[in-house]
Write a protein that binds this ligand. Sequence first.
Ligand SMILES: Nc1ncnc2c1ncn2[C@@H]1O[C@H](COP(=O)(O)OP(=O)(O)OP(=O)(O)O)[C@@H](O)[C@H]1O
Ligand SMILES: [Mg+2]
Length: 300
Amino acid sequence: MRICLITAAPDHPLLAATTALLTPRHHVVSLDPEADGAPSAGPPGGAEPADVYLLKSRTTRALALAAALERRGAPVLNSAAATALCQDRVAMAELARRAGLPFAATTAVATLTDLAEAGAPAGPLVIKSRHSRRHDLVARVDSAAELRKLADAWPQEPVVVQEFTANSGWDHKLWAIDGRLFAGLRRSELAPDGRGPTLPLPVGDLPAEWTAAVLRVGETFGLDVYGVDLLDSGGGTPLIVDINAFPGIRGQAGAPEALAELTLRAAAGTAVRRTGLHGSRGPALPVRSYQHPGWVRKSS
Ligand SMILES: Nc1ncnc2c1ncn2[C@@H]1O[C@H](COP(=O)(O)OP(=O)(O)OP(=O)(O)O)[C@@H](O)[C@H]1O
Ligand SMILES: [Mg+2]
């Protein structure tokens, strides 16, 4: 099989280990969509596309390339539409909640300045950039003064707002590859000590409600390789705060094997691909506009 990694980092541990498993019998190449001269619509000169593409990049150019390859009939893991959906925290929350997933209630605000001008928060909030990207904004805000300071630093940033949900301080990081689950525990970046190493978390120790929710994320979003961040919001009730397309899944025994198997099945056309409730093989969901958040208490 001819396998192409769409990534700027083919040496990423998961990709490198998967490539090592595949290369004795298969041909693996990588394509950096950001490189000068990278094709934006598939192989140049009418060459045949690869048998499968792994989309481990979320840049605009990577998504455009993946969408063009899909139009030419090439399988792409995950699809461009499903990957793009996870970049928009409004679309993500809307689809998750529409599907009945336990996703944090999320409100969109046009800019952080608008939010600060609306008054003081009624309780601790988590404010995140609407568009998930490297070095985006994720911050806890406890007071009007903190909100104003954040707005001064990010005045024009489109954001989403969630209530800060009291939790154990630990993220339950779950990952899925073609329905196979992996898990780890990591301190929340909003906890007082910040992030730390990922600790082992046997999937079998998790309540069935948690693993079922994570599997349903894949079906709902049309994702084959993804990560879900869950918090224990009290009494073992799971709350999803984040969904990522093609995360790193570092240090998880069996993950490269699962990815290699999925890759070959997708290349052979025998993988059961998730289509998603948004129709991930078609146009992305329209994003509805939101009311101004009701939880803001007017300061005057
Ligand atoms: N509503 C919330 N209540 C409490 N803690 C939250 C909430 N939302 C997020 N967090 C904490 O903040 C961390 C970062 O948030 P999130 O996962 O949404 O962003 P991120 O990982 O930076 O996003 P991305 O991976 O898309 O760049 C979470 O792992 C979680 O610990
Ligand atoms: Mg996260």
